[in-house]
Write a protein that binds this ligand. Structure first.
Ligand SMILES: [Zn+2]
Length: 531
């Protein structure tokens, strides 16, 4: 049976940019546009040309995309002609494939907010759609407050949608602007709309104010809508927009949708979803939501021992979809509650072969428990766990040792008389019976230490040249009698592989040193460097 095409419209860069604390630069916008295009999103809404310099610049040049690059803006202002509205003129000049207009569809808003007549609002919709069509653009109309408007005055809300459709708009998008609609209401109202406007011209734009934006989007599709608007990670003002990162795998993996609909995202691209989600968080300098459905770090984590042993027999016992389909992975937590089966499964996952009755398993388990009690977090630092296990199993060669290090922080005037703070680290390393001393300056003590440590490791230098520190997170833990610092370091190598290491100490430099050392040694182990 031929599946019907369902279109995805991303508004991360427009509605998502309304999020408190989010401020995209032009480069951010270009990078996110590329990421969305690579993923296979049908429409990428870049912003609102004319509203701010970044968006104006974004639309000043044509962007080569597979996706339909869309500019957002208002319909012509009431009482003006299309040729006498600078806002509309800027929108029509934007180098975009499509224009998404927003217009009121709630009679109350037309009277109170817009202070115009119902008829003038309809005329504005018709004129704007016509003007954009004349410019050769694909046209969409976002019907603002559609669901609230429909509940108050169905005749008028529908008239707004029909005005755009009759004038040739490709899509009429029904917006739950205040985010208060519930799935059964959305399904019923969209069901009425598609009696008048064909469903393959109807879209849904849901906000998440009752945590139903995803459910509302799916309800609209069930009722006949064929375009879903949303954002990556549900970014958006207040409680956010419909989260495409949850919607996409649901459409791809849940038979009710997968058997009926086709979307522009291939099975292969779906595997990049977790990465896309995390990349956006990284750009926004936010910690990814561990508990995000499908893509969160905890989405496929099993903690209790009894679940872990069942999941090893058959993953389907505790997983609703295979984690690899969305680029996530199964994780059995090695933590306080860990049983033997968790440790064995984790060793198996990272490729360490060991007999399940090996007495050293108990040793490893004790070591993990003891260390976690003082602040180590192995569930977040897989590479440090890997090393700990290999050390207990005698699989980590003594590549090199650090005999001494010294880190200095100094504030002084530089050559041009500016006040600067510089850090200098000196490291004394012993490799192959030879002592080497390296020094490096950095913008902070940890940076300097990292540079000095990796400056000269003799015969191992070739293995770590591509090593790069990509993230550094510090937490102060209040355990026992004194505060301790936990440092998590994320590293990356030339192949793009990433890993995280951990260090714990009352001293932040010492905690960082442990994590840096683990990262280097892990890389040597991974590269099969000779002892
Ligand atoms: Zn919105």
């Amino acid at each position: 049976m031929a599946r019907e095409r369902l279109y995805l419209f991303d508004t991360t860069l427009r509605d998502g940019a309304q999020t408190n604390g989010v401020d995209f630069t032009l480069n951010d916008k270009l990078a996110i546009t590329k990421m969305l295009d690579d993923l296979g999103i049908d429409y990428v809404e870049g912003g609102y040309p004319g509203a701010n310099p970044t968006d104006t610049q974004l639309f000043a040049e044509a962007r080569e995309l597979d996706a339909t690059f869309t500019a957002f803006g208002m319909t012509r202002r009431p009482g003006r002609s299309t040729s006498n509205d600078p806002g509309l003129a800027a929108l029509l000049e934007a180098k975009a494939d499509a224009i998404c207009f927003v217009a009121k569809s709630w009679d109350y808003h037309v009277r109170v907010a817009l202070e115009t007549t119902e008829e003038e609002n309809l005329a504005s919709i018709r004129d704007s759609v016509r003007a954009a069509k004349a410019k050769g653009r694909e046209v969409l109309l976002d019907c603002e407050h559609f669901f609230d408007g429909y509940k108050a005055n169905p005749r008028y809300a529908l008239a707004c949608a029909e005005a755009a459709y009759d004038e040739g708009a490709r899509w009429v998008v029904l917006c739950d602007t205040n985010g208060g609609a519930l799935p059964h209401e959305v399904e019923a109202i969209v069901g009425e709309v598609v009696k008048v406007i064909p469903g393959d011209h109807v879209g849904i734009h849901a906000h998440n104010d009752t945590e139903q934006a995803v459910a509302n989007s799916l309800a609209a599709v069930r009722a006949g809508a064929r375009q879903i608007q949303g954002t990556l990670n549900g970014l958006g003002e207040r409680c956010g927009n419909a989260n495409l990162v949850s919607i996409i795998p649901t459409l791809k993996l849940k038979p009710e949708f997968a058997e009926k609909f086709e979307i522009g995202i291939s099975d292969d691209k779906l595997k990049g979803l977790a990465h896309a989600s995390h990349t956006l968080d990284e750009m926004l300098n936010r910690a990814p939501n561990r508990h995000a459905p499908y893509v969160g770090e905890s989405a496929f984590v099993t903690k209790a021992g009894i679940h872990a042993s069942a999941i090893m027999k058959d993953p389907a016992t505790y997983e609703h979809v295979p984690p690899s389909t969305v680029g996530n992975r199964r994780k059995l937590l090695v933590s306080d509650q860990a049983g033997r089966s968790n440790v064995l499964a984790e060793l198996d996952r990272i490729g360490i072969r060991v007999d399940k009755d090996d007495p050293r398993i108990a040793l490893l388990l004790d070591e993990v428990k003891e260390r976690e009690a003082i602040g180590y977090a192995y569930e977040a630092a897989d590479a440090s766990f890997d090393l700990l296990a290999r050390r207990i199993l005698g699989q980590v060669p003594n590549y090199f040792s650090v005999e001494q290090f010294d880190v200095n922080v100094e504030q002084r005037n530089n050559a041009v008389g500016q006040r600067v703070t510089v850090s200098l680290a000196v490291v004394k390393v012993r490799v192959d019976g030879e002592t080497m001393i390296s020094a490096a300056e950095g913008n902070g003590p940890v940076h300097a230490l990292d540079l000095a440590l990796r400056k000269d490791l003799g015969k191992y230098q070739g293995y770590i040249n591509g090593l790069e520190l990509t993230d550094y997170r510090v937490r102060i833990l209040n355990g026992g009698t004194e505060a301790v610092t936990r440092v998590l370091i994320e590293s990356q190598d030339e192949t793009g592989e990433r890993w995280t290491t951990v260090g714990v100490s009352p001293n932040i430099i010492d905690a960082s040193f442990q994590a840096l050392m683990d990262s280097i040694v892990y890389k040597l182990v991974r590269s099969n460097a000779p002892a």
